[in-house]
Design a protein around this ligand. Structure first.
Ligand code: BGC
Length: 571
């Protein structure tokens, strides 16, 4: 028996929903779907096994046809690649293995010509140890203005042989490295919250602040439409640098305490106020999206106050289990916190640091690790994961706000969990003493074709080997198959653009419906209902016309919405 979708427990006191389509003054980023390009693994244009700018340029038409609004390119600057390019040695050029500045300019222009916005990745917390500033700092010695751009401190103990405090690096081991002074003696220590090849900058230093404003300007002037801010919550440190005690550090630093001495300090907000002024000085204004692993939606929203950043990834959504109550609670609290500061939520399921969601969702949810990043989470049922991933896509694309997709999810790629140890490149593997395998499993080069030595990625041997099974899920293999993951992504993105009910919006633009404990159900105006059945038995299906379902759905034959399935209904 079909339930009535209009009789749910929608918030009685909420303001009348304003259909997103009527807000014509909304900037593009409030509803955009952005596709993340992990450049070294996206497409290899010159056949050396590493993705590059030429590869991106060849595949821009694919991205435009997929139906996304924007691309975000992971760091493409010159870098020793100690952390996949998040160790930048020159912020105003392109890594030679990826291409040239001219090619980058051509890529930005070609993306624009296809109607795609371009978001770049800025890494302000640390430079590479091969950056000219750090090289100069080592040469200049203690007390110099060169050292004052970083966080050098004397060691503890009679001869300074102990690190200045007990902070741990995100990738494992201590967060301090001792240097040899120019005269050859053991000297000061410098802080690196990540790898020793990533020394932290001192954001109390006005020269550091000025330099990054200038770098932002450099790329904005070349047409970049915005920046993703790496470790946005980490730039400011407590100058007293107190010990942390036995505080548990997590990959990428999710702080569990409000008074943490290096994550999410109030001082970061002043930096972003300055950045916002710069972004707003352009016409049209430029955009920021923060990577900020903070402890609550409220703390995230603090980054999104009207004079700060525009958007931030919603990692609570990533952390939620495949459970209707949890998904609904997460969406509700994120929307409420963002609404209080007038910012849209940026929903996301995967990125280059996180276990691919096909694998996360294909594991027993009760056994899954509380940490979505990496780690062993039991046996993975890839087919189940793909089924749930299809449903999860319809959920995130129907929620009010914007969405970030990670390359390869449109093919249904799973985490590669059996990469040979000798090939692992994430610094986490070495720094954790071979305990944590790290993030390489979500960074395996994309399969573009069913055959060939690199499955169409380009060249003979990609920098990480692809599973043979990816031949069947290559982009070319899915082309023309209406039941494929790729077809679902294209159709969902097309509909999301066409349907005035979907896209931009706030918590006031959604009416939650009660269709049972296992179902996430809501209505958006005009007239679209999204249902997601996270349970194991069919759920009641309200009357309505199917706009799109995550699996083929025959309304005349079905007894309800099958398990692990989502549907968009026109009602
Ligand atoms: C990036 C990671 C990187 C780290 C250090 C992050 O949060 O997304 O890939 O390892 O920052 O830059």
């Amino acid at each position: 028996m079909a339930a009535d979708p209009t009789t749910g427990p929608g918030p009685a006191t909420a303001p009348a929903p304003v259909p997103a389509a009527t807000r014509t003054d909304d900037p593009w980023w409030r509803s955009a779907v952005t596709y993340q390009l992990y450049i070294r693994s996206f497409a290899d244009g010159n056949g050396d096994g590493l993705g590059d700018v030429a590869g991106i340029r060849q595949r821009l038409p694919y991205l435009a046809a997929l139906g996304v609004d924007a691309i975000w390119v992971n760091p493409w600057y010159p870098s020793p690649q100690a952390d996949g390019g998040y160790d930048v040695s020159d912020y105003r050029d392109i890594e030679p293995a990826f291409g040239t500045l001219d090619e980058a300019q051509a890529m930005i222009d070609e993306a624009h010509a296809l109607g795609l916005k371009v978001i770049l990745d800025i890494v302000p917390n640390h430079t590479s140890d091969e950056h000219a500033w750090f090289v100069a700092a080592l040469a200049a010695g203690p007390g110099s203005p060169e050292r004052a751009r970083y966080l050098f401190r004397p060691g503890k103990g009679p001869d300074g042989a102990l690190p200045p405090n007990d902070w741990k690096a995100v990738f494992g081991g201590p967060a301090w490295e001792r240097v040899t002074e120019p005269d050859g003696t053991p000297g000061e220590w410098y802080l690196h919250l990540f790898d020793p090849k990533q020394p932290d900058l001192d954001w109390e230093n006005p020269e550091v602040r000025g330099e990054f404003l200038d770098i932002l300007r450099f790329w904005f002037d070349r047409g970049a439409d915005g920046f993703r801010i790496d470790v946005a919550h980490g730039l400011v440190k407590d100058p007293a640098m107190p010990d942390l005690g036995d505080d548990e550090e997590h990959l990428l630093g999710t702080p569990d305490r409000a008074d943490h001495p290096h994550w999410d300090l109030p001082g970061v907000h002043d930096i972003y106020r300055e950045w916002r002024v710069l972004a707003d000085s352009y016409d049209p204004p430029k955009l920021f999206v923060a990577e900020a692993w903070v402890s609550s939606p409220e703390r995230l929203a603090a980054y999104l106050r009207p004079d700060e950043l525009h958007t931030a990834f919603d990692f609570d959504f990533v952390r939620a289990a495949w459970d209707a109550a949890e998904l609904r609670a997460t969406a509700t609290s994120s929307l409420a916190a963002h609404d209080r500061v007038g910012a849209p939520v940026m929903w996301t399921l995967s990125n280059h640091d996180i276990t691919r969601h096909v694998s996360r969702l294909g594991r027993p949810q009760s056994e899954r690790s509380a940490d979505p990043l990496h780690g062993s989470n039991g046996v993975t049922d890839v087919e189940l994961g793909r089924r749930r991933a299809r449903a999860a896509l319809l959920l995130e694309l129907a929620l009010p706000g914007g969405v970030y997709l990670y390359q390869g999810e449109e093919l249904g790629l799973e985490e590669v969990e059996d990469l040979p140890e000798e090939l692992l490149q994430d610094p986490t593997w070495e720094r954790s003493g071979h305990i944590e395998r790290g993030r390489d499993g979500c960074r395996v080069p994309l399969p573009w074709a069913p055959d060939g030595p690199s499955l169409g990625f380009g060249g003979a041997a990609p920098w990480l080997p692809q599973p043979a099974s990816w031949s069947a899920v290559s982009a070319a293999s899915q082309e023309g198959d209406p039941t494929s993951m790729l077809a679902l992504y294209r159709e969902a993105l097309r509909l999301r653009r066409d349907l005035p009910a979907l896209g931009a919006g706030t918590g006031a633009d959604i009416t939650w419906l009660d269709l049972g404990d296992d179902v996430v159900a809501f209505r958006r105006e005009p007239g679209v209902v999204c249902l997601v059945n996270c349970g194991s038995t069919p759920a009641p299906l309200p009357a309505g016309r199917v706009l799109l379902a995550s699996v083929p759905l025959d309304l005349s034959a079905t007894e309800g919405l099958p398990a692990d399935t989502a549907v968009w209904l026109a009602v």
